[in-house]
Design a protein around this ligand. Structure first.
Ligand SMILES: Nc1ncnc2c1ncn2[C@@H]1O[C@H](COP(=O)(O)OP(=O)(O)OP(=O)(O)O)[C@@H](O)[C@H]1O
Ligand SMILES: [Mg+2]
Length: 270
């Protein structure tokens, strides 16, 4: 296993210090370089709060966050922020530039990078997300999927170790969602970029390396999709698992364990 890129120990947080209930309660986790981790859980369970904390937008009440071995604090957060790129749900709120390349370049503005390197990084990032033909286009006129690609390119231009996606695919139609997921899966494999994806889409979670489930500010389950979806009953299961449970309820003899979509297809064809 590769070394940890993110280590979180005993993280606790409340938005309102007068309230006793903790928004994050003793959260510990470890994510290794190159992993694809899906964070799932009901509305209000603390997923976005945890995400904001990982990029230094919120300060923990207690506990520590280490990025690549370095403790995240007031002094280190500016430097460490470029290691974790975060993409949010609604891409419309994220545009600044009037062309795709300007917008992507803007994320590098504060880094004092020489012009040539800036240009090559911007081109590279735009190419990675498949938008080379749209460089000069106005990002506000693009489709939802393309806008989200621009937002991701802006983050990738920073050359981050980790891409943190907070329901970044919600606004997309199924096709753009599939295409973007595939692009990210390739980045994850070929560039060794660690991906943390907060999602309500269990089919997406099913294709991750590891699923972490949050409930009331705690991580209550963590394991391979197989482990988590077989154990947890109050999670809307991925399609293949739903089908398996329906078949069981109709007294059809199916394997007793969770199956991925491919395993299910293979089994059905037998
Ligand atoms: N800025 C804020 N100020 C006060 N309370 C907040 C703030 N943001 C979130 N909360 C509260 O903190 C808790 C956790 O919210 P959070 O947004 O982290 O949940 P989530 O798991 O991301 O939910 P969702 O799936 O709906 O996005 C909720 O009870 C929420 O109401
Ligand atoms: Mg959220």
């Amino acid at each position: 296993m590769e070394k940890p890129i993110i280590e979180v120990e005993h993280l606790t947080f409340r938005y309102d210090k007068r309230v006793k209930t903790e928004t994050l309660s003793d959260v510990s986790l470890c994510i290794h370089k190159g992993e694809w981790v899906a964070i799932v859980g009901q509305n209000g369970s603390g997923k976005s709060t945890l995400a904001r904390m990982l990029v230094g937008l919120l300060t923990p009440e207690s506990g520590t966050i280490r990025i690549d071995g370095k403790v995240l604090n007031e002094q280190t957060k500016w430097e460490l922020r470029s290691r974790i790129g975060m993409v949010f749900q609604n891409p419309d709120n994220q545009f600044i530039g009037t062309s795709v390349q300007d917008d992507v370049a803007f994320s590098l503005e504060n880094l004092n990078i020489p012009y040539h390197e800036m240009k090559s990084r911007v081109d590279y990032a735009i190419d990675l997300v498949g938008l080379s033909a749209f460089k000069a286009h106005d990002p506000s006129h693009l489709s939802g999927g393309q806008k989200q690609r621009v937002a991701i390119a802006g983050v990738l231009a920073l050359n981050p170790d980790v891409l943190l996606l907070d329901e970044a695919f919600v606004m997309l139609d199924p096709r753009s969602r599939r295409e973007l997921l595939q692009t990210l899966q390739e980045l994850n494999k070929n560039q060794d970029i660690t991906i943390i994806s907060i999602t309500h889409d269990m089919n997406e979670a099913a294709s991750s390396d590891r699923v972490m489930m949050m409930k009331k500010g705690k991580i209550v389950n963590s394991g391979t999709p197989k482990e988590v979806f077989s154990n947890v009953q109050d999670l809307e299961p991925p399609f293949a698992e739903k089908l398996r449970r329906t078949l069981i309820s109709r007294n059809i003899n199916v394997p007793e364990h969770y199956m991925t979509e491919e395993e299910m297809v293979r089994w059905l064809w037998k």
